[in-house]
Design a protein around this ligand. Structure first.
Ligand code: HEC
Ligand code: HEC
Length: 356
């Protein structure tokens, strides 16, 4: 840039920044898609990695993140160029969130840790607002870290955002309220509802979520966000076929009655899939297509992508055809806590669009 164009520099810089950001996003997306398409994810889900290799990979991620943090501290005309910043990724090319050992000290760290504890065990750490036996981490696996299991690092940078489901701008707090209301079935909890606006629970959970995204680009739809979207199933739902698939692949952990399994202390080792202690009829997981994507990429646990897409659709239909707490938006009679089981469909369980 010459002296003559000096006055245009801010504009030029902005454009350049956007170009770099756009390019970065394209590279990330292309990489992520390629990884998914080639089936590298199923083969590689880290299960077979030698402990030494894991340590080395962790050290590399930590190093990249440290460099990143040093760089942003030196960002500016005489320091580091924005475009030279690197993003920590894992072996499959997904964004790599920081390790527990990288949590900061002080007040920020304390809030992050409280948020993590709520995320892992809301029944104990956000008791007043939980009406079932689930935990956030039951559906957002590996404490909200796992790609294709609606990881929190991918959500952090995209809120506030407009959602057609409730036709308004949703803040991260709104989004978490949704998961308390439906996924955690707050209506059957001690206070009968989600944490009130501004509650410290939101601050702590948001601190944790935001920390998981350390080093992630902002306002970018990252590969591995949400659950994978499957193509429509080839075969129509068939209860006999679906039940057989469920009995063969799921009941060993979740029970043939779907009620999960508790250890001697009454804590759920395997969470319930339906019934009074599961998510309610307004939850995102009660939408068959969402559950199918989650199951395909994540269940049986330890054997991701082992079911065919059809099998994932079938068991998703099966679990969502069973009774569960009713969608709170449908409750007209307070004494009717359980929704009647409806026929499963690809688009949802009823006329009301699931809200989370
Ligand atoms: C029964 C499963 C389940 C439980 C339990 C659950 N969620 Fe979710 N959550 C979902 C689903 C499904 C979505 C939507 C994911 C999608 O479609 O991409 C979601 C989305 C989210 C998002 C937005 C993700 C994004 O990429 O936009 C956040 C944030 C979130 N949940 C936080 C929480 C928190 C915090 C808790 C615990 C208080 C929790 N969830 C409990 C199923 C669950
Ligand atoms: C080897 C044991 C195991 C098997 C088999 C298994 N799951 Fe899971 N499932 C789990 C565990 C453990 C979690 C909670 C994950 C966590 O907290 O990290 C879970 C969570 C879930 C969830 C979200 C939480 C909830 O309760 O709604 C659903 C849905 C689910 N499994 C469905 C299935 C389906 C369908 C199958 C069969 C295809 C299946 N699982 C097979 C262990 C298993």
């Amino acid at each position: 840039m010459t002296q003559d164009h000096h006055e245009e520099e801010p504009h030029g810089k902005t454009v350049r920044r956007w170009l770099y950001a756009g390019l970065g996003a394209v590279v990330l997306l292309a990489g992520g898609t390629a990884v998914v398409r080639t089936g590298a994810v199923p083969r590689a889900l880290g299960l077979a990695q030698a402990p030494g290799a894991t340590q080395e990979a962790d050290a590399r991620k930590t190093r990249v993140r440290e460099t990143f943090e040093e760089d942003i501290a030196r960002l500016g005309p005489d320091g580091v160029e924005l475009a030279s910043l690197s993003i920590p990724t894992d072996a499959k090319g997904y964004f790599a969130p920081p390790l527990e050992s990288e949590m900061p000290d002080g007040e920020d760290g304390a809030s992050i840790r409280r948020g993590r504890d709520i995320f892992l065990n809301p029944g104990a750490n956000a008791t007043d607002y939980v009406g079932n036996a689930l935990a956030c981490a039951n559906c957002h696996l590996n404490a909200g870290r796992l790609a294709n299991a609606a990881p929190m690092w991918a959500a952090s940078g995209v809120y506030p955002k407009y959602r057609s489901k409730n036709d308004q701008i949703n803040t991260m707090e709104d989004r978490i309220t949704g998961c308390f209301t439906y996924s955690m079935n707050a209506q059957d909890g001690p206070t009968g509802g989600p944490p009130p606006q501004g509650d410290p629970i939101y601050k702590d959970v948001e601190s944790y979520i935001h920390w998981l995204a350390t080093g992630a680009p902002n306002r970018v739809d990252l590969p591995g966000a949400g659950y994978p979207a499957l193509d429509e199933p080839a075969m129509a739902y068939d209860e006999t076929r679906a039940k057989a698939t469920f009995d063969e692949n799921c009941s060993v952990c979740h029970g043939s009655d779907g009620q999960g399994r508790q250890d001697q202390n009454g804590r759920y080792a395997f969470p319930p899939l339906w019934g009074p202690h599961s998510y309610n009829g307004g939850a995102g997981m009660s939408r068959v297509s969402t559950a199918a994507g989650f199951i395909y990429a994540n269940m049986p646990i330890g054997k991701p992508y082992s079911l065919t897409e059809q099998e994932a659709w079938d068991v998703a239909g099966y679990i969502n055809a069973q009774d569960r707490p009713i969608d709170p938006r449908k409750v007209t009679d307070a004494d009717a806590p359980v929704a009647p089981a409806g026929p499963p469909s690809a688009s949802g369980t009823g006329t009301v669009v699931p809200a989370n």
